[in-house]
Design a protein around this ligand. Structure first.
Ligand code: FES
Ligand code: FES
Length: 152
């Protein structure tokens, strides 16, 4: 058993310590908001926060998360920054197929926690690891700026 702190709760996971966080979330805990895309830290679909930092959960073993706080897309609605980002996402009608979007939101929230007025270059830099095959990048950028205004 591995104890993981996820969205503020200590949860027991019956999995090998080498199991990626992504699969502990999805398979052991039925938290399917975090998506599997590439499995190789290349697409960002699986992004969660580990002690506030965006990480690729597909390549991060649960052993490395012990004693740290994991935050997932499921907690964003109840989070001030997460809610502002999600509201802006809705307002700008950001998603197309939606597959990449929970990862996009998690990276955007991490950006806005450390940079309250991100410039285009800051957004490009923070979001560069999140691939969107539908090409929603312009709407993502607009929504991040809108969320920043809401939070100002
Ligand atoms: S599934 Fe983790 S980066 Fe693509
Ligand atoms: S909305 Fe389809 S991959 Fe991003």
């Amino acid at each position: 058993m591995v104890t993981l702190n996820i969205n503020g709760r200590d949860l027991q996971v019956d999995a090998d310590p080498a199991t990626p966080i992504l699969w502990a979330l999805r398979d052991n805990l039925d938290m399917t908001g975090t998506k599997f895309g590439c499995g190789a830290a290349l697409c960002g679909a699986c992004t969660v926060h580990l002690d506030g930092n965006p990480i690729r959960s597909c390549v991060t073993p649960i052993s490395s998360a012990q004693g740290l706080k994991i935050t997932t897309i499921e907690a964003m609605e109840g989070d001030k920054v997460g809610k502002a980002v999600q509201d802006a996402w809705v307002k700008h009608d950001v998603p197309q197929c939606g597959y990449c979007q929970s990862g996009q939101v998690m990276s955007a929230v991490a950006l806005l926690r450390t940079n309250k007025r991100p410039l285009d270059a800051d957004i490009d830099n923070a979001m560069s690891g999140n691939i969107c095959r539908c090409g929603t990048y312009q709407r993502i950028r607009a929504a991040i700026k809108d969320a920043a205004k809401t939070l100002a």
